[in-house]
Design a protein around this ligand. Structure first.
Ligand code: CA
Length: 229
């Protein structure tokens, strides 16, 4: 079965908390990157396209809310604020700025991990709930179990290919622009690179289309994007 390894960006300046989070999250098989300042956080966010961000508010070069605002200009990935600030106003401010969840320090690691799992699941469930299984002749995509079959055989897709296919099927019939797909898949559309997307589409077609040069499922809308038939 295909399983995605989710990448989490931890934005935190307390090295004990970093060590604690890093250790616990690696045990859960997440890929971790760590930023200690606003600057580092934005650099890593745009470079790594994480699936989820854990964000401290008190950072050495300013207010973590600035990171949240910049992320929200580009992406709707889950952001969990973990902060020592307990005032109701602070929570409201973070949630208004687009945080998905707010955890107050000190916190139990188990609780934070549960919230991380819940936030990541919301994302995946959006796809699976709407469409537990897609079947169209030679192509079967079982979203609940993440199994893809083409021409009667189970095929292996990379996490990126799977995400793209799921997005296309979820929006079947509609034309999805390059920009929209890049934003949904990579959480980031600035400087959107249609050429990268073309490479992924080509490998995806080779795997699911009977005749990749004459695709029946993933159609190209020249100059605009792609449409799933
Ligand atoms: Ca701090």
């Amino acid at each position: 079965m295909l399983r995605m390894k989710n990448e989490i960006l931890i934005v935190e300046d307390d090295r004990y908390i970093i060590r604690f989070m890093d250790m616990s999250m690696k045990e859960e098989e997440y890929t971790i990157s760590v930023a200690r300042t606003i600057r580092e956080a934005l650099t890593l966010f745009f470079a790594n396209h994480p699936d989820l961000v854990i964000l401290d508010l008190g950072l050495p070069d300013g207010d973590g809310i600035e990171v949240l605002k910049r992320i929200r200009e580009n992406s709707d990935i889950p952001v969990i604020v973990v902060s020592a600030r307990q005032e109701e106003d602070e929570k409201i401010r973070a949630l208004d700025a687009g945080a998905d969840d707010y955890v107050t320090k000190p916190f139990y690691m188990g609780e934070l991990l549960a919230r991380v799992r819940a936030a990541l699941r919301r994302l995946e469930n959006r796809v699976a709930e709407k469409d537990p299984k897609y079947e169209d002749g030679d192509l079967v995509v079982d979203f609940e179990n993440r199994i893809v079959e083409a021409g009667g055989r189970e095929i292996h897709l990379t996490p990126m290919e799977y995400k793209i296919l799921a997005l296309l099927i979820l929006n079947r019939g509609k034309v999805l622009t390059h920009r929209y797909i890049l934003k949904e898949i990579w959480g980031y559309a600035e400087g959107a690179d249609a050429a990268t997307l073309r490479v992924f589409m080509a490998t995806l077609r080779r795997k699911i289309e009977k005749d990749p040069s004459n695709p029946q499922h993933i159609l190209t809308e020249v100059g605009v994007g792609y449409r799933f038939k």
